[in-house]
Design a protein around this ligand. Structure first.
Ligand SMILES: [Cu+2]
Length: 427
């Protein structure tokens, strides 16, 4: 009876252990945020410190475990044996004690050396990662029309990006390149960086504490209100990377994700140019035109900036290029075709390979998001479920005052369709 229960317990433990170990597999394509698959020097450094510690701890485990097993077997009580201690209790063995203390100090030093050097290395862009020529060729790509003086702006050696945490999404600004809140060009949810270039991130928060974590590239560093933190990143392979907020920050923390597009430097220059373009005029008498009018009528324009159409602050994500991003709402909603994307990841054996935005999926996401988010009554007055619980979308949620009038935020299916059609034009 006892042994049967014992066996079941064993079987259970072993299978749980098996499941846990399988989660460590490096080949698992579902692991988009694996710290065990570093794709840049900072993540590699952090991975190396982790492995140094793992090996040391494994050796200690083997020694201590081995001694324990030896003692249990060698000194076990045999049947009929007198189990009282045979030797008088002593006061320890100085040689063993000093030996153990020395070994412990040795182990700590063994871990401290790589740990401290990693802390120094990851603190700020190391000199060797800064381009030899400050005005290296790739920056000059940006100065095509001769109007904007990028080289002067980039006298600070490396590309700097401001990362701002909000409940519950990330905003990115590129002060050297004119992508800032003042210039009405900010980048929500998806940070874009050139491959192989060191980038300094200046981290801050506009509300509570968040944390920037991009497992395959670097992390984590907190975004603190009233304090500036910094870190640096570099990615050595192009691709679409996955990150998330790593510090509990309220209701929707678990839905506060972000993406990082690592592109070739030439692509990066093109992207910067595209970000600075204003929204194109909408076609007259189209659904999009109706949607644009609704955008003003339904108070959307109060919170969202759309350069060229509506000017607003940065309480909410800038929507000027919303249709060009592969994700929505703190990257919680994915705008790609799910099946095609997973097939591509399997085929390329690379979770960073990516399919483009699928307009049909994007449209469905927009309707789902606008129609339900923060409203207690969505399409045709039917109660809906929040896509992101507690999110600050829609004005009565701005300060989380639910008692404010909600009835303004009811949409007919047609209104949602027009709003989505309008936003789809914002490439
Ligand atoms: Cu957060």
């Amino acid at each position: 009876m006892f042994s049967r229960i014992f066996n079941k317990v064993h079987l259970f433990t072993i299978s749980i252990f098996g499941i846990l170990v399988s989660a460590c597999s490096r080949d698992d394509l579902n692991v988009r945020q694996s710290t065990l698959d570093p794709k840049g020097p900072v993540a590699k450094m952090q991975f190396d410190v982790f492995m140094d510690t793992v090996w040391l701890v494994l050796v200690l485990f083997a020694i201590v475990g081995g001694l324990l097993v030896y003692a249990v077997i060698r000194f076990r009580a045999r049947a009929g044996e007198d189990t009282r201690p045979k030797v008088e209790e002593g006061h320890g063995n100085p040689l063993v004690e000093i030996g153990l203390i020395t070994a412990s100090i040795g182990a700590l030093v063994f871990i401290a050396i790589p740990t401290l050097s990693a802390i120094w290395y990851t603190d700020d862009v190391p000199a060797e990662a800064i381009p030899a020529s400050k005005l290296s060729a790739w920056y000059q790509h940006l100065d095509e029309n001769g109007k904007e003086n990028y080289p002067k702006a980039l006298a600070g050696d490396v590309l700097e990006i401001d990362v701002i945490g909000k409940q519950w999404w990330f905003r990115f600004e590129y002060p050297q390149l004119g992508l800032t809140a003042d210039a009405k060009h900010t980048v929500p949810n998806e940070i874009v960086i050139p491959r192989g270039k060191a980038v300094r991130l200046n981290l801050r928060s506009e509300d509570v504490i968040h944390s920037f974590w991009l497992p395959k590239i670097a992390g984590k560093v907190d975004l603190m209100p009233g304090r500036k933190n910094k870190m640096w990143i570099q990615a050595d392979q192009v691709g679409h990377y996955y990150g998330q907020c790593a510090e509990f920050c309220g209701d929707s923390h678990a839905y506060m994700l972000f993406r990082c597009n690592v592109v070739e430097p030439e692509e990066f220059a093109k992207w910067v140019k595209a970000q600075k373009a204003e929204a194109a005029p909408v076609e007259p008498n189209s659904k999009a035109e109706k949607g644009k009018a609704l955008f003003a009528a339904k108070t959307c324009a109060m919170c969202h900036n759309i350069s060229g159409h509506f000017g607003a602050g940065n309480f909410a994500p800038d929507l000027t290029h919303v249709a060009s991003r592969r994700s929505l709402a703190g990257a919680w909603l994915d705008n790609r075709d799910r099946k095609a994307q997973l097939a591509l990841e399997v085929q390329t054996k690379n979770t960073e390979s990516t399919t483009p935005v699928d307009p049909a999926v994007l449209k469905a996401n927009l309707i789902k998001w606008i129609g339900s988010s923060g409203t207690s009554h969505g399409i045709d007055g039917q109660p809906t479920k929040d896509v992101k619980p507690g999110n600050r979308m829609h004005y009565y949620k701005m300060f989380n005052v639910v008692s404010l009038n909600e009835s303004h935020q009811q949409f007919t299916a047609e209104e949602l369709d027009c709003l989505a059609e309008y936003l789809l034009t914002l490439k």
